[in-house]
Design a binder for this molecule. Structure first.
Ligand SMILES: NC(=O)c1ccc[n+]([C@@H]2O[C@H](COP(=O)([O-])OP(=O)(O)OC[C@H]3O[C@@H](n4cnc5c(N)ncnc54)[C@H](O)[C@@H]3O)[C@@H](O)[C@H]2O)c1
Length: 385
C-alpha cells in the first residue's frame, strides 16, 4: 500500500462532504493507495478549525492555504472554497506539483478557467472538477444506455436545477449572492451542474440564447438579525450582484435541442436537479430527489405495452452499487462524493486522467460565458472556448 496524502481547503458544506468521502472510500472501494487525511484548511479561528478537523478525522489543521499547498508531504490538494479562490489556489497547487481536485464551477470566468487548464496540462498533474451528479448510479447507468444506442437518435434534452433557499427577501447577502466571490448566481451554482450533465449525457452545447433575472436587488448584510449567517451586530443592506434565475435554450453538436432552467426561487423545490432526454427509440428521465430511480420509456416495445418504467438502480451490476449494499438498499447524496474520490484514486493508480477533468470544466464554463453574453445581447451566442 502506498500512502496518498491529501490537503483539503474548505471546512464547511463541501468540506464536510469531501471529508466524509475520504474517510469512507477505502472501506468500500479498496485499492492500491492508502489515503491519509493529512491537513484541513479553512478561514476560521484556529480553535474552530482544529475542532472541525478532529470531528471530520483530519490529522492536522492550518488556516493558511499558501502554507498548506507548499507542504512537501502533500500529494493531492482539494479546493472546496468559493469560486474566486479556485484560480489562485489551483495555480499555487500546480506550481507545487500537486494533483488537484477542484469544486465546480471551475472558476469565476472563462479566462481564468482556461488559464487553469493550460497550467495543469503543462505541469502534467492529474486534475478533476467535481461535477459529482455524474456519479449517481442511476445517472451513470443512463449514460451507459445512451451510449449503447437504446434511445436512438436524440431529439431533446431538458435540464432543470431548481431550489428555493433564497426566496425569503430577508435571507442575507452571503458570498453566493456577490459576483466578486461567486462569479454568478444560479448560473454558476446550479445551471453549471445542469450544463455538465447535458454535455455528459447528450453532447457538447454549441450555441445558446438565455435570460438572467435578479428578483431581489438588496438584502440584509450577514449578521443583521439573520442569526447563523454571519457576524453579529452589523447593520444595513447590500446589493445583490448575481442572477437569481437563469434560463436558456441550447443547440447541441448532435443536432438535438435543449432547454435549461435554473433558479433558487422555486418554492418547494429544495434540490430539484432533474433531466429528461428524448430519442427516436426511447426516453429517459431522472430527478435527484428520487436519485436511485431512473425512468425508461422504450418505444421499441409493442405499443399497447409502452409506458415509462421505473428502474431502481441499486443492483450489483449498476455502476458503483456492487460496492455498497444488497439490491434495494438505497444510497444518498454523500455517496456521489465517495464515488468521485474512488474514481480519482483509480486514475492515480492506473495513470489515467479523471473525468470530468479541467477540460470538461472549461467546456461548462464556456457555456456559462455564452449564456451571460446572450442575456446581455438578447441574441443567440456561440459557445467559444
Ligand atoms: N458539487 C456540489 O454539489 C457542490 C455543492 C455545494 C457547493 N459546491 C462548490 O463548492 C465550493 C465551496 O462551496 P461550499 O458550499 O462548501 O461553501 P461554504 O461557504 O460552505 O464553505 C466555503 C469554505 O471556504 C473556506 N474559505 C473561504 N475563504 C478561505 C480562505 N481565504 N482560505 C481558506 N479557506 C477559505 C471557508 O473556510 C469554508 O470552509 C464552491 O465552489 C461551490 O460552488 C459544490
Amino acid at each position: 500500500m502506498t500512502d496518498i496524502n491529501v490537503a483539503l481547503i474548505g471546512h464547511q458544506f463541501m468540506g464536510k462532504a469531501h471529508s466524509n468521502a475520504y474517510r469512507q472510500v477505502s472501506r468500500f472501494f479498496p485499492g492500491k493507495y492508502q489515503l491519509r487525511m493529512k491537513v484541513l484548511c479553512g478561514k476560521a479561528s484556529v480553535e474552530e478549525l482544529e475542532a472541525t478537523a478532529r470531528q471530520f478525522g483530519w490529522e492536522e489543521s492550518d488556516c493558511e492555504w499558501e502554507r498548506v499547498i507548499a507542504r512537501k508531504d502533500i500529494d493531492v490538494v482539494d479546493i472546496s472554497t468559493p469560486g474566486y479562490l479556485h484560480h489562485p489556489m489551483v495555480l499555487a497547487a500546480v506550481a507545487a506539483g500537486k494533483h488537484i481536485i477542484c469544486e465546480k464551477p471551475l472558476a469565476n470566468t472563462l479566462a481564468e478557467a482556461k488559464e487553469m487548464l493550460r497550467a495543469v496540462e503543462k505541469a502534467g498533474v492529474k486534475h478533476y472538477v467535481n461535477y459529482n451528479y455524474r456519479r449517481v448510479p442511476a445517472v451513470a447507468y443512463a449514460k451507459r444506455l445512451i451510449e449503447e444506442g437504446r434511445l436512438g437518435e436524440i431529439y431533446h434534452y431538458h435540464g432543470a436545477y431548481l431550489q428555493d433557499w433564497i426566496i425569503d427577501p430577508q435571507f442575507p447577502l452571503v458570498w453566493r449572492l456577490q459576483k466578486k466571490y461567486a462569479g454568478s448566481g444560479a448560473l454558476g451554482d446550479i445551471a453549471a451542474h445542469a450544463a455538465d450533465l447535458g454535455q455528459y449525457l447528450n453532447a457538447e452545447i454549441t450555441e445558446v440564447v438565455g435570460q438572467m433575472t435578479t428578483f431581489i436587488k438588496e438584502r440584509p448584510l450577514p449578521g443583521t438579525g439573520a442569526g447563523a449567517w454571519g457576524a453579529k451586530g452589523r447593520q444595513g443592506k447590500g446589493k445583490v450582484t448575481v442572477d437569481d434565475d437563469t434560463n436558456f435554450l441550447a443547440r447541441f453538436k448532435n443536432g438535438s435541442a435543449g432547454v435549461f432552467e435554473s433558479s433558487r426561487f422555486c418554492g418547494g423545490r429544495r434540490n430539484f436537479n432533474t433531466w429528461q432526454i428524448y430519442g427516436s427509440k426511447g426516453s429517459l428521465a431522472w430527478d435527484f430527489e428520487r436519485m436511485n430511480e431512473l425512468e425508461l420509456f422504450d418505444r421499441t416495445e409493442p405499443s399497447p405495452q409502452q409506458g415509462y418504467k421505473t428502474i431502481l438502480a441499486t443492483d450489483a451490476d449498476h455502476p458503483y452499487f456492487g460496492a455498497w449494499w444488497p439490491p434495494g438498499h438505497i444510497i444518498g447524496y454523500e455517496h456521489t462524493f465517495v464515488h468521485a474520490i474512488w474514481d480519482f484514486l483509480s486514475c492515480l493508480e492506473e495513470d489515467r486522467m479523471p473525468e470530468p477533468s479541467f477540460k470538461d470544466g472549461v467546456r461548462v464554463q464556456a457555456v456559462l460565458d455564452a449564456v451571460e453574453r446572450s442575456a446581455k445581447s438578447r441574441r443567440w451566442e456561440r459557445v467559444r472556448i
